[in-house]
Design a protein around this ligand. Sequence first.
Ligand code: HEC
Ligand code: HEC
Ligand code: HEC
Ligand code: HEC
Ligand code: HEC
Length: 452
Amino acid sequence: MSRRTPVPAAALLLLLASGCAGSLTREEVYDPASCGECHQEHLDQWQASMHAYAGDDPVFLAMNRRGQEETNGELGAFCVNCHAPLAVQLGEVVDGLELEDPDFPQYLKGVTCAFCHLAAHADGDSNNPIELDPRTVLKGPFDDPTRSPAHRAEYSPLLDRSQRDSAQLCGSCHDIVLDNGVHLEQTFAEWNDTVFSEDATLTTCGNCHMFSVGPPDARENRNPRPVATFDGVPARDFHDHRMAAIDVAVSPWFDEADQREQVESLLKSTVRSQICVNPLPGGFQLMVGLENVSAGHSFPSGASQDRRVWAHLRAEDAQGVIWERGLVPEGTPAVDVAQGILLRDHLAGADGEEVHMFWEVASIERDVLPGIRQFGLEETRIWTFEDVQGRQPTSVTLALYERPVGLDVLDDLIGSGHLDPSIRDAVPTLELSGAALTWSGALGSCASSDAL
Ligand code: HEC
Ligand code: HEC
Ligand code: HEC
Ligand code: HEC
Ligand code: HEC
């Protein structure tokens, strides 16, 4: 983090006297390190988040570098506009290659405190249309902030997770439309299509992604405490800034163990599974159902072209394994499970062949679990398999896994010489333990997991 530049005493007096600014200079307001003095817990949590990591993520840097080379620079600031947005708005980067310079200031990398808390408008649904307030007044959820000498503060619905506008702030950056119209990443559009975006059941991104792991009432943050270490600050609801979901740091970063725990905890209860086994002449029919029960959008979501979610299915009888799909050995790409269940989006180039990189994309084929459109009418996707080799199972097991980014995507980047091969080993294979299920009933019966 950059050093704080001392504020000349005269200027400080002038600012305080005019009552229109805090003691933090504009540069300091941009620097997360300056917030730690009074908001240490927010700083620690943010530091360990993917928002802080977004401009250091080696997979991002490798993809962006390859994109600049392969498009002769036409990609420009497209990627870095979301991964280091403050640096773009301040004109400090033009294509994001600057981020790889060891002297590039750390405080401009990632989605920083100031970028969210100075947001004045988000007029658009994708590609980060967010405009910042030219004044350095930090916006937050409180309409009665305690006066602090450090900075001015004011309420904004963009930063109040009980308001729809807050979903616009997150969503307009979590949704990507390419120049050719392909709607590549759709988290916001998906959310807009679920029951969570309706007035009566409004549940914003922050409602689900800004609470700590813990008992159900932790969701409501019923643990009020001061949110700034400063005299006279009342106890208020504290909001978790780790915002973990599926990606984890793949190079040394802050508190990786905690990040991994947060991810596993959220992921655990996301999908419910069901297995039905029916007799067939000379064999059996297996029906597997998967249902997204807690994500406020599709599952997987966002970079679903890079995600790999697959089921390992195995039917056995007393003699051993009869039938198996989706066994993916550690370190092997999950590409050969097409005969089983693989959830991901598929990208194709102009010639219809599969591609992995944004700038090669001509079309997208979606293959994910939809979000909940109406309570009570949840959609279960069903896959049917038949086996008529004469044996009937006594047990069928299902285990569901996700890799945040497919090893086939990484191999593509390693193969082109853009990514350090050691990163491959750092990408975890996570199990959705709440979806794990064993059927061992009579033929013609079903079993289901109780994900929640
Ligand atoms: C010298 C202490 C101090 C420093 C340094 C500081 N703050 Fe604050 N901040 C406060 C106080 C005091 C409040 C009011 C808290 C309250 O009323 O509960 C506050 C409130 C906030 C709020 C909520 C405002 C609202 O109206 O909802 C945000 C957002 C915020 N600070 C962000 C930051 C950021 C970002 C930084 C770093 C650039 C920072 N603060 C640095 C003391 C500080
Ligand atoms: C991705 C956007 C985002 C980033 C980055 C971010 N915040 Fe926040 N922050 C929010 C939102 C949204 C809320 C309001 C949650 C609510 O009350 O509805 C919030 C709330 C706050 C509050 C009010 C107290 C609370 O817990 O609700 C403070 C203080 C704060 N943030 C400080 C920071 C600091 C310091 C950083 C950087 C170290 C930071 N934030 C980074 C989005 C962000
Ligand atoms: C300026 C754009 C921007 C804004 C605004 C923004 N995000 Fe993000 N968010 C990102 C980027 C970029 C990443 C991931 C970086 C990476 O993986 O390299 C990310 C990561 C995340 C992740 C982790 C995703 C994963 O795959 O694990 C969650 C959850 C998340 N954001 C939620 C939110 C919420 C909630 C808000 C609003 C309070 C928000 N974001 C606002 C750009 C943004
Ligand atoms: C009803 C709760 C809920 C709401 C609302 C919600 N999410 Fe999520 N989100 C989840 C769950 C659960 C997961 C999946 C578990 C995981 O990835 O660990 C998830 C996953 C994600 C991911 C990672 C994608 C993946 O493949 O798992 C991102 C990014 C994300 N959410 C962003 C957002 C944004 C942006 C919004 C608002 C537009 C939002 N979420 C609204 C619950 C929610
Ligand atoms: C509109 C904002 C936006 C743009 C533009 C954008 N990203 Fe991202 N990126 C995100 C968000 C948000 C995430 C968080 C995870 C998710 O949504 O799945 C992310 C995650 C990632 C990740 C980590 C997850 C994964 O897929 O491995 C990589 C790598 C990445 N982006 C690379 C890029 C590259 C390269 C470009 C440009 C070709 C780009 N991004 C353009 C917002 C953006």
